[in-house]
Design a protein around this ligand. Structure first.
Ligand SMILES: C[S@@+](CC[C@H](N)C(=O)[O-])C[C@H]1O[C@@H](n2cnc3c(N)ncnc32)[C@H](O)[C@@H]1O
Length: 381
């Protein structure tokens, strides 16, 4: 029986360092009981609320529904906990496939493959008792994705409401060198304090991620609108009532979209002609063709009118070749932008040194995958 009104516990995952930004975003989406934690944000609410997070959050990587939490110190307590704590026929039947992924930390169980296997056994054994047959495993494209987090011998079992990682917005034509994930780009814009009113410029746009996320955010284009299907739409509990709930939510989000004429100017430039062509194509696919895209060296970046916000992801020394000459060109460009705010996501402090004696007005640690970075901002007098 579909029930989108009963209250459940959810956890929206986020890249390390972006949990506070996700908390603020989910509060703006008016989700109930929002609380930031390491690795993400908890919220309570209904399945409808979880769909709102999937559709509306730019920063969440996944939205998970918690279905069980218990202490477990060995394979047997894990098996019993998974088998007893949840009615798996809520979401699974013999026609649907499942996959189990797990993450372990500071626990007596230390082998993730073993934890995933025992969890899967407990689920399929319960279902075999119910149906007389068991569902199959499909690791690459399961109907029901189960996550087990085992921390200090406490297991939390989640179902993936969102499905595929939410950073896959559906507009990226093809990847260039070191593109930012869309969810990280959205976090950077929020953490940098872009107000969606001042003009935005990314003078090293690569594939255009920051500019596209900025243009979509300014126009209130919900990132999930391009998704054909979320994970929970493949659960056994999904029915016509739930389909109507999601359709209505999509309509609500669509009704909020602002025309390009009401949003600030967004400029994306890059030295590389292939990056320029790709950003143009990506902007078109993302429904924000109004972004102005040009081939230009960062040293030629001029002031916006009114003064704007420059947000940039320069080449990282260890991911793309970077040189001191480039830092000097950037510092030269930024010094000639009075009244502008500059934000840069950097893997080292070369740009901070290049802009001395100007000091960053803000610094925030965040992780691009495994790479620890700093988001620096400067307000140019
Ligand atoms: C790390 S990539 C940016 C990736 C981008 N944020 C994305 O998500 O696709 C850095 C970009 O800086 C560009 N670049 C390097 N030197 C430049 C310069 N002097 N002026 C403008 N762009 C430059 C490179 O062509 C590259 O596309």
């Amino acid at each position: 029986m579909a029930d989108t009104d009963d209250r459940r516990a959810f956890f929206a995952t986020a890249a390390k360092g972006t949990e506070g930004a996700l908390r603020d975003e989910l509060r703006e989406l008016r989700l109930p009981a929002v609380k930031a934690e390491r690795g993400g944000v908890r919220f309570g609410g209904t399945l409808r609320d979880a769909y709102r997070a999937c559709l509306g959050s730019r920063i969440a990587v996944r939205v998970l529904q918690e279905v069980a939490r218990f202490r477990c110190t060995d394979g047997d307590t894990l098996y019993e906990g998974v088998r007893e704590a949840y009615r798996w026929d809520e979401v699974l039947d013999v026609r649907r496939t499942l996959a189990v992924t797990c993450a372990l930390k500071n626990s007596q169980l230390t082998h993730s493959a073993f934890v995933a296997q025992r969890t899967k056994d407990a689920i399929v054994d319960q279902l075999r008792d119910t149906f007389g047959a068991r569902p199959d495993v499909d690791k690459s494209d399961p109907d029901v994705a189960v996550f087990v987090h085992l921390v200090k011998d406490e297991a939390t079992v989640y179902l993936d409401v969102s499905g595929d990682s939410l950073h896959r917005r559906g507009w990226r034509a093809k990847g260039r060198d070191a593109p930012l994930k869309e969810t990280l780009a959205a976090s950077i814009l929020r953490l940098a304090g872009w107000d969606r009113v001042r003009p935005l410029a990314d003078p090293m746009c690569g594939s255009g991620t920051l500019a596209i996320e900025g243009a979509q955010w300014a126009r209130r284009i919900a990132p999930g609108l391009a998704r054909e299907c979320f994970g929970a739409e493949r659960w056994a509990s999904h029915d016509a009532t739930q389909a109507n709930v999601i359709d209505a939510l999509r309509e609500d989000f669509r009704a909020c979209i602002l025309p390009a004429s009401e949003s600030p100017d967004v400029l994306a430039t890059d030295l590389d002609a292939r990056a320029v062509a790709q950003t143009k194509e990506n902007a078109r696919l993302a429904g924000v063709p109004e972004i102005q895209v040009m081939q230009q060296d960062i040293a030629e970046l001029g002031p916006a009118e009114p003064a704007g916000h420059v947000v940039v992801n320069p080449p990282y020394g260890i991911r793309l070749a970077a040189g001191d000459a480039l830092i000097e060109r950037m510092a030269y460009a930024f010094r000639t932008l009075p009244g502008h705010r500059i934000s840069a996501i950097c893997a080292d402090d070369a740009l901070v040194r290049g802009l001395k004696p100007l000091k960053p007005s803000q610094e925030h640690a965040l992780w691009n995958g495994d790479l620890e970075c700093r988001l620096f901002s400067w307000d140019i007098a």
